[in-house]
Ligand binder design. Structure first.
Ligand SMILES: Nc1ncnc2c1ncn2[C@@H]1O[C@H](COP(=O)(O)OP(=O)(O)OP(=O)(O)O)[C@@H](O)[C@H]1O
Length: 750
């Protein structure tokens, strides 16, 4: 059986005019004028039937008086409804589909001639195209079958829908954002081309189908062009898989409904860059299809199916089952050349012979023992890969028939298998070496060709065996390539994961190090701040607070012996101090006799070699300690930055500067400056009203100073009253410190 080709001529569009019609259907002489009221009803019916008969007529573009006629299996004019077309062309195929045959229905034609209208149609019931009607018919038949079998038979329907856009396959049941750049790969599976990774949706009812189909059509690539406002930019293929199960037997058959994109004459389209790329891809695939058809009809050995994805999938002439091509035509002059080209293509296509092969039923349960012939019996000569998919068997058959008894093998079969041939000579016979398992060992016919060449000319095997071998080779090669790609993808993924993990580890380590450095820096800084505070307290003579601070600093410098020593010295001094204070309070008269208050130290007592009073000692210690602390600090700062050291030293210097200033101000104790003399005379006057006027001294401080002096004067005569003779003595008075003395002196006007 050959491909069934039917032509459908679309009505005029609003933009087209009657006068431009050049294409007619039916025989010239029987064409009745449509508006002729005199024509009887019966006559017009007959004419209509004839019109729809088989002929399409179109003038020769070079000579309008000449007319070409093309005959097809059926012709549908502009008035033919969707239902008419479906019932006449598709309904019979549904019956075959349920009998286990595959069915292919495809619409072919120039852009804007009505392919999508024919296949998909409009929304209204009357306008529905071939595809929804096909599904409706399938469901109706399924229900009937299930009902008639009284539940013995069940029918399930599943769908896959994809497009070939710019020669790449995309799943239309998946949203466009999920698409990969390369699209889905194709694979040959048991002689059929399958799309790898395609979604297959079970679909239980017409309603469900309509939702799925409408949703998927949104994903299809369509655009407006000058020739069609809703032009399909891709070939769309809907596969309806029908599985009929009775007992343990399931028979699967597939109906493929294909809406091809239309060829475009880009001199007329005004296409932009993107549309041009699409158009080039569409035109190329249609050109390959035309070449395939030509090669088949001319019985060429090589059919270029593989040169385009569309031809590979359509497998025109190679697929088993039924194929119906609907040739869509526009009746107007502007399509003249394109229409002739389409008609020529359809004319060739109708000659393609098909093999009607019923699909084998699949059995459930344990697998049956495969009837595999032995490898030796299967080994056959190989054909070149390019010709391997061709099944244009007639061509070779003719050739072979024309050269009976030609001992020379046909050129296409120049690679030979090692099928053992009976040899007369033992000279060439080699011992059989067990071969390693490899692709070649799995495949019959891929063994060393050398031995065979030396041997007698091989016998040409039956064509169907060659076909099997080619299909297996292709399958294995594709499998191998897929495996390699998968391994590569996995190793690349694991490498990326390793790099990411390594980066994370490095990052974590860095963070830990940073934390440790920051932590040690922080604690060190805290320890130093305690030390600094301790020194300040000590500078002010607040030994107890200083001790506390040193003790607080100790945990930050646990190994520092100097610090520990300092703490013990300070503790000792505090104890001594409190002991001395007790002694002093017990013997005030003795001290008073010496002309000194309990809180005052006089240089004379030092000169006399007597024990230094507590305050004085504390000061001396303070000066000592200062240098010690500096030393100690230097020890603590072994790893500290020079910046910190500088800062600390500056602070320490600041701490000691008032004392040094005081000494320098005082200069030689025997020759005090007039400013100092004046200040001391104010102090020694014991006049609160004068003292309070001194800079940095208020009423309270002035009273405290006077109280202290009066206390020291207790028991002494007026002449022998205590006198403050130096700034140092003054700074030891209760209520006075070095800073206060400095400030008082600075405020004195001489
Ligand atoms: N038989 C018909 N009856 C009524 N209108 C039709 C018929 N055939 C086609 N048309 C109209 O012609 C226009 C073009 O049709 P359609 O989009 O189906 O063309 P196409 O061949 O699919 O084009 P393309 O290849 O660019 O996608 C549409 O407006 C459509 O409604």
């Amino acid at each position: 059986m050959s491909v069934r080709v039917v032509a459908r001529v679309r009505p005029l569009l609003k933009s087209e005019r009657d006068v431009d019609i050049i294409l007619h259907t039916g025989s010239k002489h029987t064409l009745p004028p449509k508006d002729d009221k005199k024509v009887s009803k019966e006559m017009s019916k007959l004419a209509a039937l004839r019109d729809r008969d088989t002929l399409v007529r179109i003038p020769n573009p070079k000579n309008e008086n000449e007319e070409y006629s093309f005959q097809f299996n059926a012709v549908y004019d502009a008035e033919a409804s969707q239902q008419e077309l479906f019932e006449a062309e598709v309904t019979p195929t549904v019956k075959h589909l349920f009998n286990g045959f595959d069915v292919t229905l495809f619409a072919y034609g120039v852009t804007g001639t009505g392919k999508t209208h024919t296949m998909r149609g409009g929304k209204s019931l009357a306008e529905r195209g071939v595809i929804p009607r096909l599904l409706s018919s399938i469901y109706r038949r399924s229900r009937k079958m299930e009902k008639d079998s009284e539940g013995q038979t069940s029918v399930s329907v599943s769908l896959s829908y994809y497009e070939i856009y710019n020669d790449k396959v995309f799943d239309l049941f998946e949203p466009p954002e999920k698409r990969t750049m390369a699209g889905l790969p194709l694979r040959d599976n048991g002689g059929k081309t399958v799309v790898v990774g395609l979604t297959e949706r079970p679909c239980h009812s017409l309603k469900e189908f309509e939702i799925l189909y409408d949703q998927a059509n949104i994903n299809r690539s369509t655009s407006a062009t000058k020739l069609n406002a809703h032009s399909s930019r891709s070939h769309a293929i809907l596969c309806v898989k029908v599985a009929i199960t009775t007992g343990d037997q399931t028979r699967i058959s597939t109906a493929s409904a294909i809406d091809l994109a239309g060829s475009e004459d880009n001199r007329r389209t005004d296409n932009d860059k993107e549309r041009m790329v699409e158009s080039a891809s569409i035109n190329k695939s249609l050109f390959v299809l035309a070449q395939c058809v030509e090669a088949i009809t001319k019985k060429h050995q090589r059919i270029p199916y593989r040169e385009s994805k569309m031809t590979r999938i359509l497998s025109l002439g190679q697929n088993n089952g039924l194929t119906v091509m609907i040739l869509n035509l526009a009746p107007v002059r502007s399509y003249h050349l394109d229409t002739i080209s389409s008609l020529n293509f359809a004319n060739r296509t109708k000659k393609i012979e098909l093999r009607e092969v019923e699909n084998e039923p699949i059995f459930k349960g344990p697998p049956r023992p495969a009837a595999r012939p032995s490898f030796t019996a299967q080994r056959q000569p190989l054909r070149p890969l390019a010709a391997s998919v061709n099944v244009n068997l007639a061509a070779n058959k003719d050739k072979e028939a024309s050269k009976p008894g030609d001992p020379k093998p046909a050129k296409a079969f120049n690679v030979y298998a090692d099928k053992p041939n009976p040899r007369t000579s033992a000279v060439f016979k080699k011992p059989e070496i067990p071969s390693r398992p490899s692709i070649s060992s799995e495949l019959p016919g891929l063994r060393s060709a050398k031995a065979s060449r030396i041997a007698q000319p091989p016998r040409v095997p039956p064509k169907h065996q060659q076909e099997d071998i080619s299909a297996r080779i292709e399958e294995l090669v594709e499998k191998k390539v897929e495996e390699i790609l998968a391994v590569r993808a996995v190793s690349e993924k694991s490498r990326q994961t390793q790099v990411r993990e390594l980066n994370e580890q490095v990052q974590r380590r860095l963070e830990l190090l940073e934390q440790r450095i920051e932590g040690s820096e922080d604690s060190r800084a805290e320890g130093l701040s305690y030390l600094l505070m301790a020194k300040q307290h000590q500078g002010r003579g607040e030994d107890i607070s200083a001790l506390k601070m040193y003790q607080l600093a100790l945990p930050f410098f646990p190994q520092n012996e100097k610090l520990a020593k300092k703490i013990s010295n300070l503790k000792q001094r505090i104890q001594d101090k409190s002991r001395q204070e007790i002694e002093v309070t017990c013997t005030p008269a003795v001290e008073a006799k010496k002309g000194m208050g309990s809180l005052l130290s006089l240089p004379s007592s030092r000169k006399q070699g007597t024990k230094r009073p507590v305050a004085e000692e504390a000061d001396a210690d303070y000066e000592d300690q200062d240098s010690h602390v500096l030393d100690s600090d230097a020890d603590f700062d072994l790893t500290e930055t020079s910046h910190l050291k500088r800062k600390k030293r500056a602070k320490t210097t600041k701490q000691t500067s008032p004392e040094l200033d005081l000494v320098s101000l005082d200069g030689d104790e025997s020759i005090p400056s007039p400013r100092t003399i004046h200040l001391l005379s104010i102090i020694n006057s014991r006049d609160v009203s004068q003292i309070k006027l001194l800079k940095g001294v208020g009423v309270k401080k002035a009273e405290a100073i006077v109280d202290c002096l009066c206390e020291m004067d207790q028991g002494l005569s007026e002449e022998s009253q205590v006198r403050i003779n130096s700034l140092a003595e003054l700074s030891k008075l209760k209520g006075c410190g070095v800073k206060t003395v400095q400030s008082m002196r600075a405020g004195v006007l001489v």
